[in-house]
Design a protein around this ligand. Structure first.
Ligand SMILES: Cc1cc2nc3c(=O)[nH]c(=O)nc-3n(C[C@H](O)[C@H](O)[C@H](O)COP(=O)(O)OP(=O)(O)OC[C@H]3O[C@@H](n4cnc5c(N)ncnc54)[C@H](O)[C@@H]3O)c2cc1C
Length: 422
């Protein structure tokens, strides 16, 4: 029998071996059925950790895409430092090594009373427990002129794949001397340092190939995560190339015009040669449709089990969740997924429960040989989740320290994606 060791089950300090006892569901002899919707970071991790460690559970993973491309490290692709293929992962190992049933389909609806999931192709999947990890959706009605067709002209590239490729093509064909305009969304949104890492690495690319070009960031906010670290790096690596305008300066983002590639703020209109418009965000569409999101647009969850606070028997992990201090990151989605898998195994097989511990580490590239990191530990507290420890890189660190973070980041990518898909 497999069991979770401390090493394998990083987010569960003190986790003991799950015993493969008969499931607590009514159907005699049958294995409990867990259906996981969404084969991104959160969903694939829940599926893998349940299938690998709880023998009494049959796991089905529903994901429309045949292969998953990571958003993390996509800025390296935009800068020409990695191929998209190197960021793309399949589901073969999850199926073959862990026996997970992979269904490549889109989940159209959930019936929490009948405990079934409707697939777009017409099939139906029964479940004893359901996990949703649908990621994010965009609020297309929030900014005048930015609807779904507009993403083909002004890509968001905030869900990796064809959008990221489109943005790369636009940057490649942009003339030297052009302005790359990034619109950064209001909080909360997927990957708080993401827009600014993207600006840094596109500047790295411009510095080599289009040195007269500029980057303008129009922000919906007045400050951003790791601001001092970024602004220090922009002065050191890309003097005069990146300009950041906060909402208090522009008066906020009001509208876009895809015909002349312009973004209108309260005060001015800004034109770009390439416009990367990252819209305001909310939990993925299925979570909204199933009534799992509250007025904030995100899904409130119990901090020790990731069970929905709005619908019992349904768990939610990843960016779609809301709760206290949790940032929307792949690392945390993976950490949440392990806590969730452990709680589901306990509920269905009677294995022991343990206090969950959540962690997040983000590596952020400022240039090819300059990266910073932030690490946080989080704990359940008063019905929500709070940061208990924090460790962040500092302005003024020497070049060798930053090179070591680059090495750690590359090692992390391989180990992390193996943990999720391997
Ligand atoms: C530019 C950028 C850089 C980033 N860098 C980092 C980083 O360095 N470190 C880090 O930790 N995080 C980073 N992130 C954040 C990270 O990518 C997300 O936090 C992570 O992907 C969240 O995982 P998830 O499972 O919630 O969603 P996703 O990984 O997006 O997965 C959601 C999945 O659900 C599927 N799905 C949606 N609806 C349905 C449906 N109805 N039926 C079936 N399937 C469905 C989708 O196809 C998708 O595969 C970055 C993000 C961006 C945009």
């Amino acid at each position: 029998m497999n069991c979770w060791t401390r090493r394998q089950f990083g987010s569960l300090v003190g986790a003991a071996c799950l015993t493969a006892v008969a499931p607590r569901v009514a159907r005699s002899q049958a294995r409990a059925r867990v259906v996981v919707i969404g084969g991104g970071i959160g969903g694939a991790t829940v599926a893998k950790y349940l299938a690998a460690n709880a023998a009494g559970i049959e796991v089905t993973l529903v994901e429309p895409k045949a292969r998953y491309t990571t958003c993390f490290f996509s800025a390296l692709y935009l800068a020409g430092m990695r191929s998209l293929e190197s960021l793309t992962h399949g589901y073969e190992t999850l199926a073959q090594r862990y026996g997970i049933k992979i269904v490549h389909d889109f989940t159209a609806a959930i019936d929490p009373v009948a405990k079934t999931v409707d697939l777009k192709s017409g099939g139906k999947l029964p479940y004893d427990r359901l996990v949703l990890a649908p990621g994010i959706a965009f609020k297309f009605d929030a900014i005048e002129g930015y609807d779904e067709p507009a993403t083909e002209i002004m890509p968001h590239a905030w869900i990796a794949g064809p959008q990221t490729e489109l943005l790369r093509r636009q940057l490649d064909s942009m003339e030297d001397g052009g302005v790359f305009l990034i619109v950064s969304p209001p909080n909360p949104f997927r990957c708080p340092p993401g827009p600014y890492e993207r600006a840094s690495l596109v500047a790295y690319y411009f510095k080599q190939f289009k040195p007269r070009s500029k980057i303008l960031i129009l922000d919906a906010k007045d400050s951003f995560f790791e601001q001092e670290l970024f602004q220090d790096a922009w002065v050191r690596h890309y003097p005069g190339m990146i300009e950041w305008l906060p909402a208090q300066f522009t008066g906020g983002i009001k509208a876009v015009d895809i015909k002349d590639l312009s973004v209108k703020t309260a005060g001015d209109t800004f034109k770009g040669a390439v416009v990367n418009f990252i819209p305001p965000q909310m939990a993925g569409g299925l979570a909204q449709q199933a009534g799992l999101a509250d007025q904030s647009g995100w899904c409130p969850v119990e901090p020790t089990t990731f069970e929905s606070k709005l619908q019992r028997g349904i768990h939610i992990v990843g960016d779609a969740t809301s709760g206290g201090d949790m940032p929307k990151s792949a690392f945390l989605a993976n950490s949440q997924a392990k806590v969730c898998a452990f709680a589901i195994a306990a509920a269905l097989t009677g294995s022991a429960r343990f206090a969950p511990h959540l962690f997040n580490t983000c590596f952020t590239f400022l240039a090819a040989d300059d990266a910073v990191s932030d690490a946080i530990a989080l704990e359940p507290e008063g019905g929500t989740i709070k940061i208990s420890e924090i460790l962040i890189s500092e302005v003024g660190e020497d070049a060798e320290t930053r090179r070591q973070v680059v090495q750690a980041a590359n090692g992390w990518y391989d180990a992390f994606t193996h943990d999720v898909f391997g």
